[in-house]
Design a protein around this ligand. Structure first.
Ligand code: SAH
Length: 241
């Protein structure tokens, strides 16, 4: 079998932050499975080979995860070079880990092509470093997908509220009111600075700032929408409009 699957990170948006290796494997692909997170600039620059849109960002997935994985397997078994293109880095909340497990299970040759993750690059590009010698010696990356009021939450909110440093939340817009509430209830300072960066590194990027206490209301008033990165911590004070 000569087929191979590349799990490729596109970076956070825009061709400039895609790696040379990503470009190289994209140009060698027979088939590209992509979703909307890489963004318009990258998607419209994909080569003229077979392309399958396997997901709609923020809406209902056009294909389920296991269907996507089996599609990769199917094409690889037909000896095709397959690129699975994902936003940011495939292994940070990108389900790349699950896709790799499936490829291994079916004995498919796989190669990982890391990408610049939005979790670091999006705050960075508006001047917010996720760590800083003076403000943060620790950073926690978190999915905001889960409602913190759920009893069996996989996230330890009490620990998080007491932890020093920066918290970076992906997929957290919908649950922001519950997240802010959970952190305050568990003892985090109400005036802790928070920034939300929507559509980072895209032409219509927007930044909203506030405190843990007022950010949910501000976000609602401004109509903040996914995809967005939420940064909580003193490093946010370095942001300048
Ligand atoms: N693997 C990706 C993250 C996938 S989870 C990565 O490494 O970047 C999807 C979430 O990523 C979104 O809900 C949002 O929180 C974040 N995200 C990805 N690209 C973004 C961008 N350009 N601007 C703001 N947030 C982004």
């Amino acid at each position: 079998m000569t087929g191979k699957v590349y799990l490729v990170g596109s970076g956070p948006g825009g061709l400039g932050l895609m790696t040379f290796r990503a470009r190289e494997v994209i140009d060698s692909a027979d088939v590209i499975l992509y979703d909307q997170l890489p963004g318009e600039e990258i998607i419209s620059a994909l080569p003229d080979v077979e392309k399958i849109d396997v997901g709609k960002y923020g809406g209902k997935h056009t294909k389920e995860q296991d269907e996507i994985e089996l599609l990769m397997v199917k094409y690889a078994k037909e000896d095709k070079t397959v690129v699975r293109l994902k936003g940011g880095d495939p292994f940070l909340f990108g389900r790349g880990g699950e896709e790799l497990e499936t490829l291994r299970k079916y004995g498919i040759n796989a190669e990982m092509v890391p990408g610049v993750t939005s979790a670091i690059a999006v705050p960075e590009c508006v001047g917010i470093p996720v760590t800083h010698r003076k403000f943060a010696s620790q950073v926690t990356f978190l999915t905001g997908h889960e409602d913190p009021s759920k009893k069996d939450s996989a996230i330890n909110w009490e620990w998080l509220a007491g932890s020093p440093g920066t918290i970076v939340i992906l997929m957290g817009v919908k649950n922001l009111p519950n997240i802010a509430k959970a952190l305050i209830e568990n003892g985090m300072k109400k005036d802790k600075p928070v920034a939300i960066i929507e559509r980072g590194l895209r032409p219509d990027q927007r930044v909203t700032t506030g405190t843990l206490e007022n950010i949910a209301e501000t976000a609602q008033k401004k109509g903040v929408k996914a995809p967005a990165i939420i940064v909580i911590g003193e490093v946010v004070s370095l942001y300048k409009e």
